[in-house]
Unconditional design. Structure first.
Length: 150
């Protein structure tokens, strides 16, 4: 009889605890994926400085992803090597570790594309933003290129 009572108590606890644990896990995995997007933008800045190369971060809002290119001019630009795997630096949100992310908007002086010059400075007249899931805003400061999660 005691074992049956313990089983009932454990069952009731599981009903309340497991959904809370899943919710916490889901929130942590989403935050982790958003932070990876922040790290990718910081990497683009660092790459431009280290290689003295122009870097292009092109956001595709309808396609829910972004790609990072290097090259001084549009005809010269080529995809950088990804930090996530050995392929090109193309990130598709909504899949894999980014499965819970939806690119809501990207705006850099009215364009969805961020250009960072060979000195690591974004070519912007005002701060640029990337919004993910409608709630996470990543800001790129005009003039200095600081990337922050708001």
């Amino acid at each position: 009889m005691e074992i049956l009572t313990v089983m009932v108590i454990l069952g009731v606890m599981a009903v309340y605890i497991l959904p809370a644990m899943y919710s916490t896990y889901s929130s942590v995995s989403t935050s982790s994926a958003v932070n990876q997007v922040v790290r990718d933008l910081k990497y683009a800045h660092e790459y431009a400085l280290a290689k003295r190369d122009t870097v292009w971060v092109e956001f595709d809002v309808p396609g829910n992803g972004y790609a990072i290119y290097g090259g001084d001019t549009v005809p010269e630009k080529a995809l950088l090597e990804s930090l996530h795997d050995n392929g090109d630096f193309i990130v598709q949100l909504g899949t894999g570790v980014f499965s819970k992310l939806q690119l809501t908007s990207a705006s850099f002086d009215g364009s969805p594309n961020l250009v960072i010059d060979k000195f690591g400075l974004p070519i912007l007249t005002s701060d640029g933003t990337v919004v993910i899931n409608g709630t996470y805003t990543i800001q790129v400061a005009a003039g200095i290129g600081t990337v922050t999660l708001q």
